[in-house]
Design a protein around this ligand. Structure first.
Ligand code: AMP
Length: 291
């Protein structure tokens, strides 16, 4: 646990570069001088804070970015309504000991509209989350690339909660030879198993209880017999039994390709689930060992 600090909040690319680059101290070990980036969209909860805490173990020059990236929202999505709580976020990061917060405006990140060059995610991006959110992952990878180029971190930290995002970022880093290592932090959940999400605040009390069906489905799958088919059936039954949850997708993917596994798959896999609870779209995932 580090001492509470007052993070420096930097709003421009120039200030960020100036402050983070100048923080490196000659004579300190390479480890302490490492720059670690945690990209977020703010409205921070304990899941985000777990990423920041891990970042502080990996290096001293930790930058948490807070940017609600318009490029990854579809026209019908909650860009304007997305919660923005910068003051609280900065205070919570200060309690952890995070020295830098990068909070650019949309105009700072995208000064020349319409946006010209974008990163195109690989084919997995049109599945699962991408099927109901076309262009979402191109938007994510574009802003991640920009943040990597702005901050130039040694390590970038992501949450396993967004498993498809982790897969696509890891592929981008490998495919484009980006000089950064990707650290993945396990999903943080509440006592009832619900994966923490900035969107959980949209849920009323009944919906919050209904939302537990996602993690309950994953647990049912993990203990089900009958291979892939049995796992999917067990998870599906849990979601079907919850009247407030409307299933979007439920799939078992191969950890290396992120493509759906065949019914005869054995060994390690990952189950992904997405459902609407009221008007809120929730996702979750967990590893599966198929015997
Ligand atoms: P977001 O602000 O939703 O874009 O999330 C920023 C980062 O926090 C992403 O890498 C997410 O995967 C991660 N994250 C969000 N929720 C959780 C959670 N419950 N546990 C762990 N990481 C999370």
């Amino acid at each position: 646990m580090r001492d509470t600090v007052t993070p420096e909040v930097l709003h421009t690319v120039a200030d960020l570069r100036d402050r983070v680059a100048s923080h490196g101290v000659a004579g300190r070990t390479r480890h302490l001088n490492r720059v670690v980036l945690v990209p977020t969209m703010g409205a921070l909860h304990a899941g985000h804070l777990a990423l920041a805490a891990r970042a502080l173990e990996l290096g001293d020059r930790v930058v948490v970015s807070i940017f609600v990236n318009p490029l990854q929202f579809g026209p019908e999505e909650d860009l304007d309504a997305y919660p923005r709580t910068l003051r609280d976020d900065v205070a919570r990061l200060g309690e952890l000991g995070v020295p830098y917060v990068f909070a650019p405006t949309a105009r700072e990140m995208y000064p020349d509209l319409p946006v010209g060059t974008r990163v195109t995610a690989g084919p997995v991006a049109s599945r699962y989350e991408g099927a109901s959110r076309p262009g979402h992952f191109d938007g994510v990878l574009t802003v991640v690339t920009k943040l990597l180029n702005i901050v130039q971190p040694d390590v970038v930290v992501f949450g396993q909660k967004d498993a498809q995002q982790v897969f696509l970022v890891q592929r981008m880093v490998a495919d484009l030879n980006l000089p950064v290592s990707v650290e993945v932090v396990p999903t943080v959940r509440d006592e009832q198993g619900l994966a923490l999400s900035s969107r959980n605040r949209y849920l009323d009390a009944a919906q919050r209880r209904g939302a537990r069906a996602l993690s309950a489905a994953l647990r049912a799958a993990a203990s089900a017999a009958g291979g892939v088919v049995g796992a999917i059936a067990a998870a599906q039954a849990v979601i079907d039994a919850e009247p407030l949850a409307k299933l979007d997708y439920l799939v078992v993917v191969h950890p290396q390709t992120f493509l759906p596994v065949g019914d005869d798959h054995h060994g390690t896999a990952r189950m992904l689930v997405a459902a609407m609870v009221g008007t809120t779209r929730l996702i979750d995932n967990a590893p599966l060992e198929i015997s």
